[in-house]
Design a binder for this molecule. Structure first.
Ligand SMILES: Nc1ncnc2c1ncn2[C@@H]1O[C@H](COP(=O)(O)OP(=O)(O)OP(=O)(O)O)[C@@H](O)[C@H]1O
Length: 334
């Protein structure tokens, strides 16, 4: 059953009240069912709802999304979320909609009528959308920047959240040129607070992100990267008779688990996925060589447990296993 959202108008609009812990915890419990904030979440949320820029470093799965989702519920207006991957946007928007939260994403993969509907909402007197996910490429277009300025002039832009903010830095492992364009956001939308989120800890990257986005006196939050619930093991391919067989045995010994296997090359994904399927492990390949419909289907099948294992390149997203490559593949259990 969908919950009706806690009406924003019930929240007193003075910044002091909307950033109060009691109000924010109430929103967290009502909409997300979590008992309390974790790590640095509350500090990040309080900073941005009070209008301060924030740089937030949290490990993968640390709960970064809540840091911009709660502000969208605490204050009127729209939270713009810049995300590098359509699969991630789709996934978050779907999860938010299931919770009764008005979220949308804009991407070139959507049908024109879907995009038009979102634009109509944005152009209406009182847009219903609270979280709008977009790619950095869209921000770089003149037309969309104009739209953002109009929303801003009408006092409707609450926050700009930049997920995977390390992509802006050429020092990082994931530099994406379109992220560089985000540096224009500060010039065009000067007084909208910016929240930069990343799980990449290199100090050079942090400084670069803060400078590139022109964050003003940002609150810099860094969470611990110690993940006691994660077990790491490296197996060297040259010490194993057959890496595929070893991997199949490992998967089978874990029972009916859900897994991601990251590979360096598309052909390895296809090949390994076929191999796993031939041994009775339901799996699918995911990489940039597949069309977006197929990638969406693979993601849905995996999320709904129709497929047990996804064999992917980094196109599958920044879900954390990128740096753990060893001898051709790495795995992350979820
Ligand atoms: N305060 C909380 N209490 C309990 N669970 C939480 C809390 N905040 C977030 N979570 C849960 O933690 C998980 C990870 O959250 P989330 O996806 O936001 O992490 P993330 O830091 O954005 O990860 P990634 O780096 O992969 O994007 C989710 O299942 C979410 O529901």
């Amino acid at each position: 059953m969908k919950k009706s959202p806690l009406p924003v108008q019930n929240v007193n609009r003075s910044d002091k009240n909307v950033s109060g812990k009691e109000v924010l915890v109430k929103l967290l419990r009502w909409h997300f069912g979590h008992a309390d904030f974790r790590g640095k979440q509350l500090e990040a949320i309080q900073a941005v709802v009070s209008g301060r820029d924030c740089f937030c470093l949290m490990p993968t799965g640390g709960g970064k999304s809540i840091c911009y989702q709660i502000p969208a519920l605490a204050k009127p207006g729209i939270v713009l979320v810049v995300s590098p991957l359509i699969a991630l946007m789709e996934n978050q928007v779907m999860a938010l909609k299931e919770k009764g939260i008005a979220a949308e994403y804009l991407s070139s993969t959507q049908a024109t009528h879907v995009r038009n509907k979102i634009h109509e909402d944005l152009d209406s007197g009182k847009p219903s959308v609270r979280l709008l996910y977009v790619t950095p490429e869209l921000i770089a277009t003149k037309g969309f920047m104009l739209k953002l300025r109009k929303l801003h002039d009408r006092g409707l832009l609450n926050l700009i959240a930049i997920d995977e903010a390390h992509c802006i830095s050429s020092w990082g492992h994931d530099f994406r040129p379109s992220y560089r364009q985000l540096s224009t956001l500060r010039d065009s939308l000067a007084d909208v607070p910016v929240l930069a989120l990343t799980a990449t800890a290199a100090p050079k990257v942090q400084t670069d992100v803060i400078e590139s986005l022109s964050l003003r006196n940002p609150l810099v939050l860094k969470s611990s990267f110690n993940r006691p619930n994660i077990f790491y093991e490296v197996r060297y391919k040259d010490l194993i008779d057959n890496a595929y067989t070893d991997l199949c045995n490992l998967l089978k010994s874990c029972g009916n688990i859900c897994a991601i296997i990251y590979c360096l090359e598309r052909t390895t994904c296809d090949d390994l996925s076929l191999h796993l399927s031939s041994t009775g492990i339901s799996s699918a390949a995911y990489h940039a060589g597949l069309n977006s419909n197929l990638r969406s289907t693979v993601l849905d099948d995996w999320l709904s447990s129709k497929k047990q294992v996804i064999v992917a390149t980094v196109a599958f997203g920044s879900w954390g296993a990128r740096d753990k490559r060893s001898n051709g593949f790495s795995t992350e259990w979820v």
